[in-house]
Ligand binder design. Structure first.
Ligand SMILES: Cc1cc2nc3c(=O)[nH]c(=O)nc-3n(C[C@H](O)[C@H](O)[C@H](O)COP(=O)(O)OP(=O)(O)OC[C@H]3O[C@@H](n4cnc5c(N)ncnc54)[C@H](O)[C@@H]3O)c2cc1C
Length: 501
């Protein structure tokens, strides 16, 4: 019997059809270089298609038309400084310099974006850098139309097909792929671009890097299992880097989508009430709720979980009153032209919602602080001290420890029953993986590129020191641009090889 693997051949294999992969494939399509685009899922598109709202860019034509003063120099200096110089300067520079032109390119791809003000209250006065998808449904539909274009030019798009290995000795020979049934195919090729989206879908990698991984509400692309990172590492690529979590927002459950907002419990977690960590201490100015990345980083910093504390009086107040606090997700869901609400409530269903959440364990109800300390296994002394000190700040309209704005110091915790909402750090993926050079080629610890391989998007080290910065759209912007860079470099190298042959 002949067990020989089926064989295909092409010039370039692109692994993953999310932002970085679709962008790489589009460049190859435009340059008429034959390729095979692989996608583990049954449809094209990863987090970039199903999740991301936009991309970061500087010096786009739209920004120029609006006389935006923030350009390459400000972004380069800002990001380098923000990350304490733990950045890959050449890669960062190349990304930023191409980011503006990428906006026009996205229009050519059928994925137009428009520069708009931030959706986050903490960033309303930031420079205009966020280019948002005009219409989410259209984005998804247009993404789905790209494979047909690629195929019409003789390329292949293989869904339900995952890259699993490489045949590599002194250069790339083939990418080994497996379909849903495990049947393997050998794709003989000269170049591979790993655009498989990081590793948030690999529980072992997550646990190895993040001690609090079990506390995360993982909203990232779970089909991203670290394939490219692992295979590049096997070939000697340097993967040394501080783990970078794409922490973004928090939610009162490991199941709930924090942006769904269908329960008053969620609404209250999206406000700057009193937050305590697992040691019953306050740990941050709760105003951080208005900056998604910083909010989630603060939660990650206290092992991925914290409690939102309120008493029955406060709950009853929300039931019948409009409260002058803005829901942090309000602006994300405003229709164009709609004025965002800067208040919440009344919340007539709040008691029912809380009672339901008590049943699922998302909320813990206690008769008193002593009872709560017992139920949550907290130090009563620490709990009493934290609550007392917070109540004092509310009474005095001044928080001289964490410096929360006085207009957010609204609700002390005085009489039982008391409620603790169990809040978890939400994540949208991972942002560390392989060290690469300015061409997105993986490099060894000696800095030598591993030829014929390119690593892009969420798989790459070098843009962030230790956490996601508050530069909206930067992960997705980098994914599109890095896919573009890798494809350009692959084409250049193929053409060079042809000349030399
Ligand atoms: C809900 C959500 C909202 C987000 N919002 C924003 C935002 O507003 N702004 C922003 O900058 N970023 C945002 N992001 C992050 C952004 O989407 C990612 O940074 C970006 O999509 C990364 O691109 P990528 O190509 O590396 O990965 P992805 O877009 O996730 O694509 C990876 C693809 O590779 C496929 N794949 C994985 N392994 C294999 C394999 N072995 N073989 C074949 N295929 C494979 C996956 O199925 C997936 O389709 C968001 C993410 C999520 C989850």
């Amino acid at each position: 019997m002949n067990f020989k693997m089926k064989t295909l051949s092409t010039a370039v294999v692109v692994v993953g059809s999310g932002s970085a992969g679709i962008s790489a494939a589009f460049e190859l399509y435009q340059q008429k270089i034959p390729f095979i685009l692989l996608e583990r899922g049954d449809k094209v598109g990863g987090a970039g298609k199903f999740g991301a709202h936009g991309v970061f860019a500087v010096n786009s034509k739209q920004q120029q038309a609006q006389c935006v003063k923030y350009g390459y120099a400000e972004a380069f200096k800002g990001l380098t400084d923000y990350n304490h110089y733990f950045v890959n300067g050449e890669l960062l520079a190349r990304f930023l310099k191409l980011s503006g032109a990428n906006i026009d390119r996205m229009t050519a791809m059928g994925l137009p974006v428009t520069v708009e003000q931030s959706e986050q209250k903490a960033h309303l006065n930031d420079p205009l850098v966020y280019h948002k998808f005009n219409n989410f449904k259209e984005k998804m539909a247009n993404w789905d139309q790209l494979p047909a274009k690629f195929i019409a030019e003789g390329n292949q798009v293989l869904t339900e097909t995952a890259a699993v290995d490489l045949d590599y000795s002194d250069g790339l020979k083939a990418v080994i792929v497996a379909d849903q049934s495990g049947t393997k195919t050998r794709i003989e090729t000269s170049k591979v671009i790993f655009a498989d989206g990081g590793y948030c879908g690999d529980p072992d990698m997550m646990k190895a890097k993040y001690a609090d991984a079990d506390e995360f509400l993982n909203l990232g692309e779970r089909k991203a299992e670290g394939t490219g990172i692992k295979l590049a590492k096997k070939l000697g690529a340097d993967t040394t880097h501080t783990p970078v979590l794409f922490a973004h927002g928090c939610a009162p459950s490991l199941q709930i989508n924090p942006m769904r907002r269908d329960s008053s419990v969620e609404t209250l977690t999206n406000l700057p009430l009193l937050w305590l960590d697992k040691t019953a201490n306050r740990f941050v100015n709760e105003d951080a709720v208005y900056d998604f990345a910083m909010w989630a980083n603060a939660a990650h910093n206290v092992q991925g979980k914290y409690y939102v504390l309120l008493d029955q009086k406060t709950l009853d107040h929300f039931k019948t009153h409009e409260v002058p606090l803005e829901d942090t997700f309000e602006r994300q869901f405003c229709e164009v032209g709609q004025t965002p609400r800067t208040t919440v409530g009344p919340l007539p269903n709040i008691q029912t919602d809380f009672d339901a959440a008590i049943q699922t364990g998302e909320v813990v109800k206690a008769d008193s602080l002593a009872d709560l300390a017992t139920k949550l296994n907290l130090s009563l002394a620490a709990l009493q001290r934290s609550v007392q000190s917070y109540n004092q700040a509310v009474d005095q309209h001044e928080d001289d420890v964490f410096l929360k704005p006085s207009d957010e110091l609204l609700f002390g915790v005085t009489d039982g029953p008391v409620y603790a909402i169990v809040e978890h750090c939400a994540i949208l993926g991972t942002l560390d993986g392989v060290n690469v050079n300015r061409n997105c080629e993986p490099v060894t610890t000696a800095g030598a590129p591993i030829k014929d391989l390119y690593v892009v998007g969420n798989n790459v080290n070098g843009l962030y020191s230790d956490g996601y910065p508050s530069y909206e759209g930067i992960a997705n912007g980098f994914a599109f641009v890095s896919g573009w860079i890798a494809a350009q470099e692959a084409v250049k190298s193929l053409k060079q090889a042809k000349v030399e042959a």
